[in-house]
Ligand binder design. Structure first.
Ligand SMILES: Nc1ncnc2c1ncn2[C@@H]1O[C@H](COP(=O)(O)OP(=O)(O)OP(=O)(O)O)[C@@H](O)[C@H]1O
Length: 272
């Protein structure tokens, strides 16, 4: 008798890390309802690097915050690793990186990274191992004893990425982490983040206003438009997984960038 085909890891379909179905979120305000998100359908697969890009107010941060259980949708459904966002948060399924590095100024870099590990109840030895490993990953080894104010903005942001990684999440949520940095530093951090993603195979959801950043980093680019915040276009990137910054001059890169730009233009109101 023939055996039914086994679903070997190679054959198994990629698992959805995030599954969003007809999701909406309306904020009730004194000035009336604000439809921040409407009819959002999106799947994020394991190992994807997904960017949300769109004009100010189109709901990028709100969508990221819904995934992180920091906002509650008013309609539709969402699962993170097959769980509700709340359950996923309790299981520490993700690390969250904010636009500002948000490091405690009175704690050294290693003590900032140790904070979530202390809360998790890890032993001092385990904490030290994770600090060393993640400082290395973001190229900050040697700066453990410095205070945040002794580091440049880019280094502080790398420290906050190390802190998010130290809880060992498979999913990293990043809200415009490099938005406040100058272009050269940003290029450098894009390159480092790309290498880190390629090395660790994490799933990343990344909010940005920058077309080159979105195209360089992503396997999938989600273009949002405002009022109400909704998805205008989803672009699956055909760029190779191995990337260096000079890829930005290639015709393939420019073609994707052009499609993103068209999406942004279509959804943009210049009355704002
Ligand atoms: N807590 C809140 N209460 C009321 N309205 C809110 C709240 N948070 C966000 N909004 C509104 O929801 C809409 C989406 O906001 P959101 O911050 O998600 O947009 P964004 O695309 O991330 O913008 P930006 O690029 O400027 O960061 C905006 O109109 C915003 O004013």
């Amino acid at each position: 008798m023939t055996q039914p085909a086994r679903n070997t890891p190679e054959k198994a379909a990629k698992q959805s890390v995030i599954d969003i179905d007809k999701l909406s979120l309306t904020f009730e305000t004194n000035d009336g309802p604000v439809h921040a998100l409407s009819d959002i359908d999106l799947k994020v697969d394991e190992g994807d690097f997904v960017s949300f890009i769109g004009p100010s107010g189109c709901g990028k941060t709100t969508l990221l915050r819904v995934i992180a259980d920091l906002e509650q949708p008013t309609g539709g459904s969402i699962s993170v690793n097959g769980l509700t966002p709340h359950e996923a948060r309790l299981k520490r399924a993700y690390g969250y990186v904010f636009q500002a590095a948000a490091l405690y100024p009175w704690r050294t870099i290693e003590n900032n990274i140790a904070l979530p590990l202390e809360i998790m109840g890890l032993s001092k030895v385990e904490q030290q191992q994770r600090i060393a490993k993640n400082m290395e990953l973001v190229n900050l080894a040697g700066f453990e004893k410095k205070f945040p104010w002794q580091l440049s903005g880019g280094m502080q942001q790398r420290a906050s990425i190390a802190r998010a990684l130290s809880v060992e999440p498979d999913l990293l949520l990043m809200d415009e982490p490099f938005g406040a940095l100058d272009e050269i530093v940003r290029d450098h951090l894009n390159d480092q983040l790309h290498q880190l993603w390629a090395k660790t195979n994490k799933t990343v959801v990344f909010v940005t206003h920058s077309i080159p950043e979105a195209v360089y980093l992503s396997t999938k680019i989600v273009v949002l438009c405002p009022r109400p915040g909704r998805i205008y276009d989803v672009i699956e990137s055909n760029l190779p997984r191995e990337r260096t910054l000079d890829l930005r001059e290639s015709p393939e890169f420019l073609k994707i960038a052009q499609r993103v730009r068209e999406g942004l233009k279509a959804g943009h109101s210049y009355d704002d």
